[in-house]
Design a protein around this ligand. Structure first.
Ligand SMILES: [Zn+2]
Length: 399
């Protein structure tokens, strides 16, 4: 099984210079290869492969001797990452690859040959760098990515392989449906509502203030550079707060359930609606579902995304009666057929769960069939793992 850990590293000032040269070479090669690919595509209708990029390197190193100073596997990793970025783009998983700026986050990757021992990490051509390890890691060290944040901190992301197989995934056990919303971050079929951490708002106000200050500073001045660092630090704090929240919530949901069903987000379509656009791009849903998926996989649990084809909000989960329309501001409604009173989001989450179980029963093995997968309704979930939880875990049906 593969595990990733990110640790802080403390290069000396000499090592920082060596690292910044390596960052520069990797960035230059990424930008060069990207524009070469764009030109090749315009001329021939076909882009370059990873090998196609790598074939360019020997003549370039003759032309630019400073490029030859860079550890060659770092440059080859750039070729790999760029070709992967294009694959992700063409398969609709990500945006078109961007050019890298020297003002952004900097990083380099070592596919192998990094050693870790006694509080130091040994990087090829850089040397032994002091590292802060917060726990012991099992397995063989594979890829290492060294990065420099906009706030001036150095990190190493360590990928370990412990040689064991991933656990077999089963769907026998409690199932949960999750609706990702705007009024609350996530609503479960158990009736729990999870909100973004409250102090996120405070950070966001702080960010606006610092951004205003930055915009008043003169271009190229020292005060402007300082103001820019302060803005970057608030961005970092917001990202950390959000990531921490996503980790805790996904951990809790994976621990408490065997089957996790999420409605896939038609984020692309929704972002076109400008009213919702800002709220959605701030939510970080895709990062959250990514965490749910890999945690489920590591724990032998089933993660399933279902399509937005069926109207999860507008269907009564008790009698399956469908209402014609349900505008966004209606937070609760009564089914005209069976008279059940629904909390809008909890009803949607229950429908998501039931639809997921239906798909599992149809599509996979016998494990999801029969009544044993179906959980008891309204089962309480504990709240310790997450700081903020709103609403009552008891469904609101009236009778
Ligand atoms: Zn009904």
């Amino acid at each position: 099984m593969r595990n990733v850990a990110k640790v802080r590293i403390y290069p000396t000032s000499e090592q920082q210079i060596a690292l910044s040269k390596a960052f520069g070479c990797a960035r230059w090669w990424w930008n060069y290869a990207l524009s070469l690919n764009n030109e090749t595509y315009k001329a021939t209708g076909k882009g370059l492969s990873r090998q196609g990029y790598n074939d360019q390197l020997p003549p370039l190193k003759k032309q630019f001797p400073w490029l030859a100073q860079c550890y060659s596997q770092v440059l080859q990793s750039v070729s790999l990452n760029l070709s992967q970025a294009f694959i992700n783009f063409f398969e609709g998983r990500s945006k078109y690859p961007n050019f890298k700026s020297k003002h952004g986050k900097q990083s380099i990757q070592y596919p192998q040959h990094v050693r870790l021992h006694d509080g130091v990490i040994k990087l090829p051509k850089i040397g032994e760098v002091k590292v802060k390890l917060h726990r012991v890691f099992d397995g063989q060290l594979k890829t290492v990515t060294v990065s420099l944040s906009k706030t001036g901190k150095y990190y190493a992301s360590l990928l370990f392989d412990d040689g064991t197989d991933e656990p077999e995934i089963t769907s026998q056990g409690k199932a949960v449906g999750i609706d990702l919303g705007l009024t609350h971050f996530a609503i479960t079929s158990d009736g729990s509502k999870f909100d973004n951490p409250k102090h996120l708002k405070k950070h966001e106000r702080n960010l606006k203030r610092k951004q205003r200050k930055l915009s008043r500073k003169q271009k190229g001045s020292k005060r402007r550079a300082k103001a820019r660092r302060l803005v970057a630090r608030v961005h970092e704090r917001i990202a950390n707060t959000r990531k921490d929240f996503h980790h805790k919530l996904s951990r809790k949901l994976v621990n408490e359930n065997q089957v996790i069903i999420v409605e896939t987000l038609a984020v692309k379509n929704m972002v076109k609606n400008h009213n919702l656009a800002k709220a959605i791009s701030d939510c970080g849903w895709s990062e959250f579902t990514r965490q749910l998926e890999y945690k489920a996989q590591k724990n032998g649990k089933t993660y399933l995304e279902i399509n937005r084809f069926f109207p999860s909000s507008k269907t009564c989960h008790v009698c399956l009666h469908q209402v014609d329309s349900l505008s966004l501001e209606i937070r609760s409604w009564t089914c005209s057929n069976c008279k059940t009173h629904h909390d809008r989001d909890v009803n949607a989450a229950i429908n998501i769960r039931d639809e997921g179980l239906r798909v599992l029963a149809l599509g996979t093995s016998a494990t999801a069939q029969g009544g044993n997968v179906r959980p008891k309704r309204g089962r309480k979930s504990s709240v310790e793992a997450v700081a903020v939880e709103l609403g009552s875990p008891v469904p609101l049906w009236a009778g």
